[in-house]
Design a binder for this molecule. Structure first.
Ligand code: FMN
Length: 204
């Protein structure tokens, strides 16, 4: 059976969604079975309407199916992404993560292989704090956290060992450097997940 990878993201203006697609493509290249899912928008329509880019993104959706708890149970490994919001993940994504208490209590999230990704508008605007905050959830689940590191020469250029990231200056869409890093992150997640899932099945 193929390695099962879940990519879950929230995006208000499309940047995190583009990173999610690239990570998913990298994972698929290894032969993994990949699901890309998003989470519900919770901000009132009048707030979204104050931002034309947000309104346009919402108006052009839905972009992916909504993530369910069954998606998490299904996955051997997962990648979780959010735009940086005041130095941390968006509430919309956190709300999904906060719905996993029942699965956590049953131990169903332990030994999942997990990695995180983000985008912000400034280099020092909280990329790492967002990635580390997402990873904190993984630690509580008992998941196996996969950082990006500098495992490939490209990653020395893109330069965020904590996870795939992109600095969206003036609302720019993810560039080739970032997209390439996310692609590598997907490959790395799927490859390590295959090793872990195979080992766990043998130990059963
Ligand atoms: C409410 C709000 C808070 C934000 N907070 C930060 C922040 O703390 N640091 C930063 O650099 N960018 C911040 N941004 C900018 C977004 O992280 C950035 O535009 C990101 O690329 C958007 O990704 P998306 O297109 O997936 O929504 C914020 C944007 C919004 C709307």
């Amino acid at each position: 059976m193929s390695t099962r990878i879940l990519v879950v993201y929230y995006s208000a203006t499309g940047n995190t969604a583009a990173l999610a697609e690239s990570l998913a493509a990298g994972a698929r290249e290894t032969g993994a079975d990949v699901r890309v899912r998003t989470v519900p928008e919770t901000v009132p329509a009048e707030a979204i309407a104050t931002n034309p880019r947000w309104q346009a993104w919402v108006g052009s959706g839905p972009h992916h199916d909504l993530a369910t708890l069954d998606d998490l149970v299904w996955a051997d490994g997962l990648a979780v992404g959010s735009p940086t919001r005041f130095g941390g993940p968006a509430a919309q994504l956190k709300s999904y993560l906060d719905s996993t208490g029942g699965l956590w209590a049953q131990g169903k999230l332990a030994d999942k292989v997990a990695t995180s990704f983000t985008t912000a508008s400034t280099q020092h605007g909280g990329l790492e704090s967002t990635l580390l905050a997402i990873n904190n959830v993984f630690y509580h689940w008992g998941a196996i956290v996969v950082p990006l590191g500098y495992a490939h020469p490209h990653l020395k250029e893109s330069g965020n060992p904590y996870g795939g990231s992109f600095v969206s200056r003036k609302s720019a869409a993810p560039d080739e450097l970032a997209v390439g890093a996310l692609h590598l992150q997907g490959r790395r997640l799927a490859t390590i997940t295959t090793h872990v899932a195979t080992g766990l099945k043998q130990a059963e």
